[in-house]
Design a protein around this ligand. Structure first.
Ligand code: ATP
Ligand code: MG
Length: 376
């Protein structure tokens, strides 16, 4: 980073030098032209060819032309600057995805049987460490799968592969038997609703922040409100100065009733997390719901309430839940323990507790914390 900063500083210095070397001769030239004009008109006036009024008008005209020329150059510079930035915008917005495109994309059928992860291996660089090492898992249609494991075990990577943010290095993911690499990534993502662990907080209004999950609902206040209620953020939103129209930003201002501008507001971490949850829930009717740590920032009461709500929401829908709070994953139809990029245990809560393996160890560890604090 220091090397980059030094390089940027050097580039700025080169630019400053260039500006000075071009500005100084231009200013000198402009002063010379004005001085020559002044000498010429004063000498002509002394010969009686011009009146004092003519001299004054001439000086004003020279100053006017110079300032107009200066203004035109400044505008041209600003336009050039804006076009440079716009060029970057076009580069970013028209950039092709780095995922390989299928030669003949297949239609993705509505999910009926389930999703299979078949011997998935993943690493981000050819010489990097393996993040996933041969993960094989099934997410049957209409069932919920929970992933648990320590930090860095590979859980979020797994859901990123499910959404095709990256392709696996080896192995494949099938959706009712169709390899997801054979369909357009946009078609696949259209079938998925997700809350990511590193969700985005947009500098937009509350309503827009929620509706961005499903752009069709952008003007549909009823739908936005229903999603906010499901995510438990509605009571907080109505307390904001402009309800759902409140700008959630400290950078952008919004117009107030008197026609002036007022600063937006920011939310707490847990409130933002509920907004992210509402953004996923507004995409109702999708085939797969992914929840990566949807409640890590919520207080105990809110977490309980959100998980109750999500349990009802997830009943009969296909879902993947990642959470470190094992109390919230115990109701999943199946729980997979990921350790160092591999599935080491899989089963229901009771099966895994009976097995006395890693899941039981982590569960007892968390439970003992609560028990200790109530007995001591
Ligand atoms: N895009 C990436 N490039 C390089 N390494 C990555 C990338 N994504 C994840 N990793 C690495 O993969 C490993 C697994 O990360 P991942 O986010 O999947 O863990 P996790 O199980 O979700 O952990 P947590 O419980 O902390 O959320 C980490 O060591 C991480 O550094
Ligand atoms: Mg994670």
């Amino acid at each position: 980073m220091r090397d980059e900063t030094v390089e940027i500083n050097r580039a700025e210095e080169r630019l400053d030098r260039k500006t000075v070397t071009r500005h100084v001769p231009l200013s000198v030239l402009s002063a010379l032209v004005a001085a020559c004009g002044l000498v010429w008109i004063v000498r002509a006036a002394t010969r009686g060819e011009f009146t004092v009024g003519d001299v004054a008008a001439f000086l004003a005209a020279v100053a006017g032309v110079q300032s107009a020329l200066g203004g035109a150059i400044a505008d041209a510079t600003a336009a050039y600057h804006s076009l440079l930035l716009f060029g970057h915008y076009l580069d970013v917005s028209s950039g092709e995805s780095d995922l390989p495109k299928p030669a003949e994309p297949r239609q993705l059928p509505a999910l009926h049987r389930g999703i299979r992860l078949e011997d998935l291996w993943f690493r981000s660089r050819d010489d990097g460490p393996w993040v996933l090492r041969g993960v094989t898992l099934t997410i049957p249609f209409g069932r919920s799968l929970a992933l648990v494991g320590l930090n860095g075990a590979g859980k979020s990577t797994l859901v990123k592969l499910l959404c095709r943010m990256y392709d696996p290095t080896k192995g494949r993911i099938t959706w009712d038997g169709v390899d997801v690499r054979d369909v357009e990534a946009a078609d696949l993502r259209d079938r998925i609703s997700a809350v990511f662990q590193d969700f985005t907080c947009y500098d937009l209004t509350v309503a827009e922040n929620i509706a961005i999950g499903d752009l069709k609902s952008i003007g549909d206040e009823k739908e936005i409100r229903a999603a906010a209620e499901e995510a438990g953020i509605h009571p907080d939103v109505v307390k904001l100065p402009r309800g759902y129209r409140t700008m959630l930003s400290r950078i952008f201002y919004q117009e107030d009733e008197s026609g002036g501008y007022e600063q937006g507001v920011t939310l707490s971490g847990g409130q933002w997390q509920r907004i992210a949850l509402a953004r996923a829930l507004i995409r109702s009717g999708r085939d797969l719901l992914i929840l990566d740590e949807p409640s890590s920032g919520l207080d105990a009461a809110a977490e309980q309430e959100v998980h109750e709500q999500l349990r009802r929401y997830r009943a009969n829908s296909t879902s993947v839940l990642i959470s470190h709070r094992l109390g919230t994953v115990r109701h999943a139809d199946s729980i997979a323990v990921i350790q160092n990029g591999s599935v080491t245990e899989e089963g229901t809560h009771h099966e895994l507790m009976d097995r006395r393996g890693e899941y039981a160890r982590l569960f007892d560890l968390q439970a003992s914390d609560y028990v200790d604090s109530t007995t001591s």
